[in-house]
Design a protein around this ligand. Structure first.
Ligand code: FES
Length: 197
């Protein structure tokens, strides 16, 4: 009799444990379901923010991610690039970024949150082509004064490494700097505003 009493108690315990496991199992199952709901390809196309990992982006390199169907350039500028930016003022149409082509926190000398990292929408402000990345200094086709930047070959618009437009080219304004913020030193979210660094 006493054994039966123990078995009944044990069965109740097991039933209780199974129920608890069932509840835990259900909670785990819910996680992938929630994940699959966000963000859908449609939401991304409509403008959901995208993350960009720049941990492997070396000085002088550029990577491209896509946000709202547009190429977003992330360029790691060298120390030399940064000192060259100041020397170009006279050849630029809007060296101080007076036109609202960037968030307020990027209206500065480098048009960026961190001086070494440029984040820009890679679409020419003339007719919408995507300029080529030309970090080479003084190449034959761009001239001895070229310090690196972006060149739109279809009609010849030129931009420096802060994505500022040169004078006398078809593009009317600097390239657009999208809203962005840093989640960590090496992880950037494009499509959401953050605080100035
Ligand atoms: S679209 Fe860039 S110069 Fe024509």
């Amino acid at each position: 009799m006493s054994n039966e009493g123990v078995d009944k108690g044990r069965r109740r315990l097991l039933i209780g444990a199974t129920t608890a496991m069932g509840a835990v199992g259900a909670a785990y199952v819910a996680v992938p379901f929630i994940k699959s709901m966000s963000p859908s390809a449609k939401a991304r196309a409509a403008g959901a923010p995208v993350e960009a990992d720049i941990s492997k982006l070396e000085p002088g390199q550029r990577i491209t991610v896509e946000w709202r169907g547009k190429p977003i350039w992330l360029v790691h500028r060298t120390e030399q690039n940064l000192s060259d930016l100041e020397t170009l003022r006279d050849v630029l149409a809007d060296p101080d970024s007076e036109m609202p082509q960037q968030p307020d926190y990027c209206k500065n000398a480098t048009r960026s949150i961190k001086p070494e990292i440029l984040v820009a929408i890679g679409i020419c402000t003339h007719l919408g082509c995507s300029p080529t990345y030309r970090p080479d200094v003084a190449p034959e086709d761009l001239g001895a004064e070229w310090k690196g930047g972006f060149f739109c070959p279809c009609h010849g618009s030129k931009f420096d490494l802060a994505a500022r437009v040169y004078k006398g080219v078809p593009a009317p304004t600097n390239l657009v700097i999208p809203p962005h913020k840093y989640l960590s030193d090496t992880l950037i979210v494009v499509g959401e505003d953050g605080e100035a660094a």
